[in-house]
Design a protein around this ligand. Sequence first.
Ligand code: 7RM
Length: 656
Amino acid sequence: MVEKEVEKNIEALLEERREFEAPEEFAANANANEASIYDDAAADPEAFWASQAERLDWFEPWDTVLEQDPPFHKWFTGGKLNASHNCLDRHLDSNGDRVAYHWVGEPGETKDVTYKDLHEEVCRLANSLKDLGIAKGDRVAIYMPMIPELPAAMLACARIGAPHSVVFGGFSAESLRDRINDAAAKVLITADGSYRKGNVVPLKANADEALQDTPSVEKVVVVARTGEDVSMTEGRDLVYSEVVEAASPDCPAEPMDAEDMLYILYTSGTTGKPKGIVHTTGGYLTGVSSTHNLIFDIKPDTDVYWCAADIGWVTGHSYIVYGPLANGCTSVLYEGAPDHPDKDRWWSIVEQYGVTILYTAPTAIRSCMKWGTDFPAKHDLSSLRLLGSVGEPINPEAWIWYQEFIGAGKAPVVDTWWQTETGQICISPLPGITTLKPGSATKAFPGVFADVVDEAGEAVGRGGGGYLVLRKPVPAMFRTIFGDEKRYVETYFEKFGNDTYFPGDGAKLDDDGYFWLLGRVDDVMNIAGHRISTYEVESALVDHKSVAEAAVVGRVDPKEGETIVAFVTPKEDKEGDDALMEELREHVAKVIGKLARPHSIVFTEDLPKTRSGKIMRRLLRDVATGQELGDVSTLQNAPILEEIKAKAESQQGDDE
Ligand code: 7RM
């Protein structure tokens, strides 16, 4: 009886939401507006991906679209191309004066960089790298702020066939050191510092600390961003502007094999040192440019596109640099924080440049919800015609808020599921075709074979829940973990066999075959034999009018089994008191069922988050179970954890 009630109310929470059909005018002009694209791609996926690859410039055509030796796969073998050529040179004749990036510095300066400007900078820097001894195949580490020199550095590497390894500017010296050493990078490109919330982040000082223990690095190129004094090591460190000015602007793009490495990007696994995710050239560029074109409905002549992620994450690699530039579109590149100098910074940028497409993360959307609607309301956001979300499940309330208060109720919201490993979006609506359901990433992109399976790897079918899998590789999918093929096979293919990629996410299929991502499988709780995802409880909590943000974990007790602990940030004007605690427990009981009612609720000003904004549930689980805290080095706000811990402990005392 109880179980039935839970089941029904989970369904009610997730499904009793409005559905949104593609707006007629949008559909009429959409890049993807024939539903047959799905069936055609399913019938012959290789023909579909080949047609997408043909949108690129190839120096030599490929022989075979896909060669598989599961779990290994190669795309467009025999083909030759260059990513930098595809992102720059081929646009020059017709669109050289088009703006590639409207750059906005956090302190307020702006700069428009055209395709011609970027091409020249890239060619000069590529020649400088050659002068510094970088040859095809050598790795270059990049540790930079969100300034135009960052995409330029990536493309300069791509131009000469040197794989780059971008390390997010928020990472510590130690993280930088480990990544440089794992890739054995020969050159580091960095900056004196960067601006964040009005402060200077000392990138060069961090780099110097890292460089004490990185034997592979021979030269360091330093961009003067802040102009502050930094120490320069004679014979090793060079000034970026001097190096670039001295170099020739003439640098032919190296013809690369489709399967040559384009870059390494490190991502944390559940255990052990970060994994160096390896992406190659032809498939990657095909995957990111095609998804960018069809999902974001890019009209290069008129759109101003803004992906508000950091280039240091895969979202920035694929959807700030390679996808948008391959499609010849104009982007915004913003250096700083969304609330500096005030909480309307993003909306003033949207207004200033007439941004038409905005792509961001649920955590950012929830921050904006917390700050209130006055900030977006101060600005004319009517240019926005399409909104995107990525990074974690977006709860229906945040989805609706985004559509309503940022998209004026008219802009479709595309919730895009993918990973560092997949390189490209895999599950997402096509905004001119797909009927949207708030909270669902909807359907697999054409040519992508996503499914939901049970523990034995059997398809659960519509209405079922289990593990998300991909039954065929996508072109932009990673090829291996740098230097650790064994870990590649074990992490992703041990569970269901070499033909089935396991991304580590749980998902449900609803009766229409829509995907509902439920978070990492290690975040699924088992409450009295019933699977309830932390996300479902979080969604119910955030659904309450007094809640800004919530994270939920399972506390395993040998006697009681698993119970639910919620960490809740109330909205700014709300008090996290006993009355609210009781109200929230009742609220969750009402929307999901008594079984899903949190056993305890800890109120906190903030939740522990990684620098990319993901809530670290693992650490909250440690707090909830009273265990020693795990690794906190990737947190952006580590001190909050001690506060939460102290509160949780005093509350637990109250319980007993
Ligand atoms: C792009 C990115 C990947 C993990 C992935 C999921 C989660 C990402 C969504 C999502 C639900 C989404 N790369 N995730 N997008 N969950 N809906 N639209 O975030 O490598 O940093 O993270 O993020 O758990 O496995 S990532």
